[in-house]
Design a protein around this ligand. Structure first.
Ligand SMILES: NC(=O)c1ccc[n+]([C@@H]2O[C@H](COP(=O)([O-])OP(=O)(O)OC[C@H]3O[C@@H](n4cnc5c(N)ncnc54)[C@H](O)[C@@H]3O)[C@@H](O)[C@H]2O)c1
Length: 318
């Protein structure tokens, strides 16, 4: 297939590009590099099945420029600010990537009658009152809080995707992704895995927001990419949770990292940011049922290559 993917130079996007190429597809990646990194795709230079275009997916001429590069069989919209640090710094760009950019990518899919997939998020559930979160839960989102630029942009992205499906019969998929980690996350990404790892590797105190009893569920990127590949070929039009249901408190997670790296860095406690969710755990029964998918990589197994990647990045910075 000929695939168009936005956000190709980001963490998940670059791993997905690798997988698509391995599976024999031809890929056009597009990225405006607001958080993306050329280095994530440097290993593909000279690969004739891959082209990388620097362009903003919200640009007025985006649809016409990208349409010229078609036809496409598959259009994947990953472009967005994704870490809280990034979307709080760029709230307007975040809203635009969920709204204008999603519409642009949908338009391209429509022109070619291509399949379309958008990466939504567990943040659609806000600070959930239901646990674990199933796809039928409508969420508990503060529509005007600081995080709303991200949460609402993704809720809008889901809504417009369903509208294109209902109005035009477009073959759409919506992935609700939960916390994912792995190599190619940025050192200064701000999310807890890169934050703890880079602090522990540098012998600095680990920054703990809140008392550490809040939970997260961490999915290794290879598992997530496999889930996305299954979803993009499925006939499931409504959202599907993709994440690892293994729930862990941040205190236990910090201990695991300390034990793994053989360090005893102290924890440095800070107040919990506004609207930070206290519990997060996907119910993946639907993904198992409709995609035959479940994560396979355990936390220690996934952390090993991630640590190795961060060690390399930190060494290169010295
Ligand atoms: N990583 C996670 O744990 C997680 C969880 C839930 C959802 N997601 C979603 O998955 C997708 C990828 O996330 P990620 O973690 O790889 O983030 P990332 O920041 O590493 O990648 C996003 C990419 O999109 C690009 N981008 C942003 N706005 C753009 C625009 N207007 N035009 C073109 N390119 C643009 C950035 O430069 C970057 O390369 C995002 O949609 C994110 O919301 C990720």
């Amino acid at each position: 297939m000929q695939v168009l993917i936005s956000g190709a130079a980001g963490f998940i996007g670059s791993h997905l590009v690798d997988r698509l190429l391995r599976d024999g597809h031809t890929v056009v990646g597009v990225d405006n590099f607001i958080t993306g990194d050329w280095g994530n795709l440097a290993h593909l230079s000279g690969v004739k099945e891959f082209a990388l275009i620097e362009m903003d997916a919200t640009a007025n001429d985006f649809v016409s420029r990208m349409t010229e590069l078609g036809p496409f069989d598959l259009v994947l919209h990953l472009a967005s600010l994704a870490s809280p640090k990034d979307y709080l710094a760029y709230p307007l760009e975040t809203l635009e990537s969920g709204s204008t950019a999603t519409r642009n990518m949908l338009e391209i899919a429509l022109r070619y009658e291509a399949r379309f997939l958008v990466t939504s998020t567990s943040e659609c559930y806000g600070d959930p009152l239901e646990h674990p979160q199933t796809e039928t839960y409508w969420g508990n989102v503060n529509p005007i809080g600081p995080r709303s630029c991200y949460d609402e942009s993704k809720r809008y992205a889901e809504a417009i995707t369903m509208a294109y499906h209902r109005k035009h019969g477009l073959r759409t998929n919506i992935a609700r992704i939960f916390n994912t980690y792995g190599p190619r996350m940025k050192l200064n990404d701000g999310r807890v895995v890169p934050a703890f790892l880079s602090q522990a590797l540098e012998g600095q105190p680990l920054t703990m927001y809140g008392d550490g009893t809040q939970t997260r569920s961490f999915c290794y990127v290879d598992d997530l990419v496999d889930g996305l590949c299954r979803l993009m070929m499925s006939e499931e039009r409504e959202p599907v949770n993709l994440g690892n249901p293994q729930e862990i408190t941040l205190l236990v997670f910090a201990e695991r990292i300390q034990r793994m790296l053989g360090t005893e860095c102290p924890l440095e406690f800070h107040p919990l940011p506004t609207d930070d969710p206290t519990r997060r755990q996907p119910d993946i029964a639907k993904a198992k049922r409709v995609l035959g998918w479940a994560p396979k990589v355990g936390l220690e197994e996934g952390l090993a290559p991630t640590v190795e990647y961060f060690q390399g990045k930190l060494a290169a910075r010295r």
